[in-house]
Design a protein around this ligand. Structure first.
Ligand code: MN
Length: 626
């Protein structure tokens, strides 16, 4: 056998297999029950389309064939080649492409070893937080974990709730409502928590820019401990303690922890100091893996170590909720990889908070009850489907609105009173994918418009918003993604200014998306042992991309559209010596006029279908061979 995940299959104990069958049955049963009893989950299908598409002239076919440039990594240097001489040539090149060029660095990376200096007490603010929590345990103070509604926020909340519960104090949690309250701390919630008897409020994944709220907590007599990973503003909140590895004066080596990673470090500190019973930091790494991958923080350094460890827990899930969620997603636990978190589990955990409250996702992570777990997992799966449909619907509408500005528009902008704020960020990402232009999609309310932005490397969206700060109520984000709130009377001026910034920075550029490939090689050089080497890079994702390869001059032996509406393309390609099956997802549009000889940019992978395993090329992009 040639790939690591095969070994995982063989190692898996019989118990999880039974559970898979059981949870599949359970999902089916509950689905039936839900359909009979509550066929009502905010059906989006009943709503009329938001904008009449027929009246607009959009040629989206052209955009789907958006030409992409391929960039093949430059060849490994002689020095790196020498340092990495112990590995096969392919792996050397792939490591080099990821900035790993020393013997020591490669050993650390491949084994996903823990980083040096990872003592949680090395993080500023943790000592003060641990002391306050110790006091709370002695005094029987009530502690409230204040979380967030995304996957990072709910995993962080679940982790902290379970850690503190094992230590004895009175613990509860609070997750704000995206629609009623919005992201982060708010004064009304703090007052409510004070009235219900809280003494300590511990945030996870939020709070670093909540200056006014921290002052209010002081006035109320609440001890506020902030743990967060978002970039601090110029001033820090005046809280009882602030834990954030990005704050000035923090000397902790890893600066890219997720919200759940930050909560985990605090939990480790508590575990060291307080000798908890019945809870272990090691057993909570499944939550760390989920939140870290879903939040798109780089999977390098300490995150790589934490996620690698967490993935092996996810493959033998101990939590009822995760077992049920994995089953509801159609995955087999023993095969789960980081990509499955990104594309399958993360979206389901996020779905609840995008459409409604995130509490269902949190309960799923906390429950010990197999029936409740099954019901919640099915509920999240339904929500996710609903979220997909809503995203599709709003994407079509937003595309029409944005394109109506004319084909030369450098920014894609669409706001509408009926857009759901829970999915506008996803819609903006899709527009960027389709047109390779920065996109802004938002909900226009009565007085203000709230929008999400996604951008391309050529345009730092948050810097652009900074230059419009005087027009905005709130804004924040990073280079590629941001959000803002603007008063409607200032919106036209904002658009004008953003458009002129875009013209300044993008006007003279030939905007083409670039796909990176690790190597160009003839088809005949694809050997199964490459898959072993590719597997060593896991977990892959943000900051540690999957391996892409390029092969040119391939004859198309067979091609046909597959899937619903023929949206995918199945191919058989050959270099004259060897023949491979290939699948090109969302590229069914090639079916009518596919060139006879093609160049492919693809991932080399194992396809598992009905228990049969075969090798295939998963095609990311296709060009006529010149
Ligand atoms: Mn986060």
């Amino acid at each position: 056998m040639f790939i690591v995940s095969v070994n995982a299959t063989q190692e898996s104990k019989p118990k999880p297999r039974k559970w898979v069958i059981f949870s599949t049955f359970l999902s089916w049963f509950i689905k039936k029950l839900c359909l009979q009893q509550f066929g009502r989950f905010h059906s989006v299908a009943k709503r009329a389309p938001l904008v009449s598409l027929a009246s607009m002239d959009i040629s989206s076919t052209a955009s789907k064939r958006l030409e992409k440039q391929w960039q093949i990594a430059s060849r490994i240097t002689l020095e790196a080649e020498k340092n990495l001489a112990g590995y096969p040539p392919f792996l050397r090149q792939v490591l080099f492409n990821r900035g790993i060029a020393t013997a020591e660095g490669s050993k650390r990376f491949l084994a996903a070893l823990p980083t040096d200096n990872n003592d949680p007490f090395g993080i500023k603010g943790i000592e003060a937080a641990v002391e306050r929590i110790e006091l709370a345990i002695r005094q029987k103070d009530q502690i409230v974990i204040y979380g967030d509604y995304d996957a990072d926020g709910v995993t962080a909340t679940a982790l902290m709730v379970q850690c503190l519960q094992s230590l004895g104090p009175d613990v509860s949690y609070y997750i704000p409502d995206r629609f009623e309250e919005g992201y982060g701390l708010n004064v009304a919630a703090l007052r409510h928590l004070k009235e219900s008897g809280a003494s300590v409020v511990l945030t996870v994944d939020c709070g670093i820019r909540s200056l006014a709220e921290a002052d209010e907590a002081r006035r109320l007599g609440l001890d506020l401990i902030i743990s967060d990973h978002h970039s601090p503003g110029p001033e820090l909140p005046n809280a009882f303690a602030v834990i954030n590895v990005k704050q000035p004066g923090d000397e902790y080596a890893e600066k890219q922890l997720a919200g759940v990673g930050t909560a985990y470090k605090l939990a480790c500190a508590l575990e060291q100091r307080l000798k908890s019973t019945g809870w272990s930091s090691a057993a909570s790494l499944d939550l760390v893996a989920l939140g870290t991958v879903a939040d798109l923080v780089p999977l390098t350094g300490e995150n790589r170590h934490l996620v690698r460890e967490g993935m092996s827990l996810l493959r033998r899930p101990q939590r009822q909720g995760l077992m049920a969620l994995i089953g509801a997603s159609g995955l087999k636990p023993q095969n789960i990889c980081a990509g499955d978190i990104g594309f399958m589990l993360g979206p389901r955990l996020n779905a609840a908070g995008r459409l409604d409250t995130a509490i269902a996702a949190l309960q799923l992570l906390l429950t010990q009850d197999v029936f409740e777990a099954g019901k919640l997992a099915q509920d999240l799966d339904n929500r996710n489907r609903e979220r997909q449909q809503l995203t599709n619907e709003i994407t079509e509408s937003a595309e029409a609105i944005a394109i109506a500005e004319g084909p030369e528009a450098l920014l894609l902008i669409a706001v509408h009173p009926e857009y759901n704020p829970g999915v506008v960020g996803l819609v903006a990402s899709r527009l960027v994918d389709r047109y390779y232009r920065p996109a802004i999609v938002g909900q226009r309310g009565e007085k203000v418009t709230r929008a999400s932005c996604r951008s391309i490397p050529e345009f730092h969206i948050t810097r652009a918003l900074e230059q419009c700060a005087d027009l905005l109520e709130t804004f924040g984000g990073h280079a590629a993604a941001a959000g803002f709130t603007v008063r409607n009377d200032r919106y036209p001026e904002l658009l004008q200014r953003l458009n002129s910034l875009a013209k300044e920075q993008l006007g003279k550029l030939n905007l083409l998306p670039t796909l990176q490939a690790d190597a160009e090689l003839p088809l005949v050089d694809l050997k199964p042992d490459l898959l072993d080497q590719i597997e060593l890079l896991e977990p892959t994702g943000y900051g540690n991309p999957q391996v892409y390869l390029v092969s040119r001059g391939l004859q198309v032996r067979n091609a046909r559209p597959v899937g619903r509406e023929g949206s995918h393309l199945k191919l058989v390609v050959s270099d004259g010596q060897i023949t491979y099956d290939a699948i090109a997802f969302r590229q069914g549009h090639w079916a009518q006029d596919l060139p006879a000889v093609v160049d492919l940019l693809y991932r080399f992978e194992v396809n598992e279908f009905n228990g049969r395993r075969s090798l295939q090329l998963n095609v990311r992009d296709l060009k006529a061979s010149i």
